[in-house]
Structures are given as structure tokens and as C-alpha cells.
Design a protein around this ligand. Structure first.
Ligand SMILES: [Zn+2]
Length: 97
């Protein structure tokens, strides 16, 4: 693997990591928002609690799917695990940062 490939892996990883941070922040905000709607159903009475629970489950499923697609090693495409600040891929040994 030449130097340009290694550079590309690091760049690709940075893009994936940024997307992952945004997804975590967005998912957290939305889940909290729906939880607030659930607690304060007097504010937005239009949503039934059953709908809000479904939305919550859908949000979590969407987040899991996004993570499964995004959070992969740019080199070997395997799942990177729970560490968001991973430096080296455990599967193939590629340097990520
Ligand atoms: Zn890898």
C-alpha cells in the first residue's frame, strides 16, 4: 500500500467519523424531542402516545442502520466497533488517524 492510499484511508475515515458524530447528535436531539413531546402531550396533543413510541423506535432503527452502513473501516469495510476515536483498524491494521 503506497502513501497516497494511506492518506486516502485517513481522509475517508475523517469523513465517516464526522458523519457519525452528526448522526449521534441528530439522533440524540430527535430522541429527546420525541421524549419531550411524549411527556408534554398537552403541548402537541395531535400526536398519540402510540405514534410517538413508533417514531422513537423508527429513529433508533434508522440510527442503527446508518451506523452499520457508515461506521466501517475505509480499507477492509468491516465494522469498527464502539470506539469513535479509533486510531487503527483491529481487523486489517490500517491507520485511521
Ligand atoms: Zn480495516
Amino acid at each position: 500500500m503506497d502513501k497516497r492510499d494511506k492518506q486516502k484511508i485517513k481522509q475517508d475515515f475523517t469523513v465517516r467519523q464526522t458523519r457519525q458524530f452528526i448522526a449521534i447528535a441528530a439522533a440524540a436531539c430527535l430522541v429527546i424531542l420525541v421524549a419531550v413531546l411524549y411527556k408534554r402531550s398537552d403541548l402537541f396533543g395531535a400526536f398519540s402516545k402510540g405514534t410517538l413510541v413508533s417514531v422513537q423506535i423508527l429513529l433508533i432503527l434508522a440510527f442503527i442502520n446508518f451506523t452499520a452502513y457508515n461506521w466501517r473501516c475505509p480499507s477492509c469495510k468491516r465494522y469498527l466497533g464502539y470506539d469513535i476515536n479509533k486510531r487503527v483498524c483491529k481487523q486489517c491494521g490500517a491507520r485511521l488517524q
